[in-house]
Design a binder for this molecule. Structure first.
Ligand code: 13P
Ligand code: SF4
Length: 329
């Protein structure tokens, strides 16, 4: 630990210093719903992947402090290259990104020259540059419905989201075999036990969950979609099959209702907490704003190539989520 590191403030002083630095740097703090509650609470905006991309493209801040995972911060830099984009912990990756090495994805594309690549935003900048249109879980359905039924499609890297879209829209997209380790860990038998303990409580699931979880869900959608469902379902108890930090927003909005995170394999493991998202802390957010490091840098040719598929998403997704739906902390 360096002398500089020991000077990190704590408690209310830490929050006040983050606030001071945010103003001094003309920074905007963007946080994903899977971030720790204290990070969600200090952020300027809390949102899903699509909303945070839209904000990154539109902000007039000089600095974007991205409290999420690396592919999200990369997306912010691709869309706003003139801004300084910092990620509190550069090791905050994603198992879906890791599952899809660009060289293997390129070979897969070349083996299917008559297919277009519709690619989930949870991938590297290199894979975005090899793709035609990017989707997020909140924009995938709107975008897929704009693609002619006879167009052959490769969908990667999440086979569960791709499979869900195939079933819902009767498509036969070729699926890359990637999974999210967090959503893969939900247990069907434990979910059934929980449902039996709370008869009538609806289940809301993220489409990254495997089919044996999704098939029990009353609502399937993105983090912002699940949050919207939580605000409108008529009962008192909701079972939530996605990363449990989103429950913070539900409890803030509806303190009188009960939100229960769906269990993992042994019923009480921590396997549904995203280990990558958890790397970001208030202390690291503070040092990122103080030092303007770790900073996202992307080679310009690669950035321009990746921006095409992201621009296609933003255009095709327009209208998917109203900016008024954003969870302003
Ligand atoms: P959303 O776009 O629904 O926020 O999902 C992001 C993600 O990484 C889910 O695991
Ligand atoms: Fe990636 Fe899964 Fe974490 Fe989302 S929850 S960032 S898909 S590992």
């Amino acid at each position: 630990m360096t002398a500089h590191d020991t000077m990190i403030p704590t408690g209310t002083e830490l929050r006040a210093e983050i606030d001071r630095l945010r103003k001094e740097r003309n920074a905007v703090i963007l946080a994903h719903y899977y971030q720790k509650p204290e990070i969600q609470d200090i952020a300027d905006y809390v949102g899903d992947s699509l909303q945070l991309s839209q904000l990154a493209a539109e902000t007039d801040a000089d600095v974007i402090a991205f409290c999420g995972v690396k592919f999200m911060a990369d997306t912010a830099k691709i869309l706003s290259p003139e801004k300084i984009v910092v990620l509190p912990d550069m090791d905050a990756g994603c198992s879906l990104e890791d599952s899809c090495p660009p060289d293997k994805f390129k070979a897969f594309r070349e083996a299917h020259p008559d297919h277009i690549a519709l690619t989930y935003i949870n991938c590297s900048t290199e894979v975005k540059a090899l793709s035609d249109v990017i989707v997020t879980s909140s924009s995938a359905e709107t975008i897929l419905q704009q693609i002619p039924a006879d167009q052959k499609i490769i969908f990667g890297p999440d086979r569960h989201l791709g499979g869900y879209l195939n079933r819902k829209f009767n498509r036969d997209m070729l699926l890359w075999p990637g999974v999210c380790i967090v959503h893969e860990a939900f247990s069907e038998s434990e979910l059934l036990k929980l449902m039996a303990q709370h008869p009538g409580a609806p289940v809301a699931a993220h489409p990254e969950c495997p089919p044996h979880v999704v098939e029990h869900a009353d609502y399937v959608g993105s983090t912002s979609g699940i949050l919207q469902f939580a605000k409108t379902f008529p009962g008192n108890t909701l079972i939530v099959a996605t990363e449990p930090h989103i429950i913070h927003q539900m409890e803030k909005a509806l303190p009188e209702k009960t939100f229960i995170g769906a269990p993992g394999a042994d019923g009480n493991c921590n396997c549904n907490i995203c280990p990558y998202m958890a790397l970001n802390t208030m202390e690291k957010l503070y040092t990122a704003l103080r030092d303007l490091e770790p900073r996202i840098e992307i080679e310009e040719g690669l950035r321009i190539a990746a921006k095409k598929s992201l621009d296609a998403m933003l255009e095709m997704a327009s209208g998917t989520v109203g900016m008024g739906d954003l969870g302003r902390a």
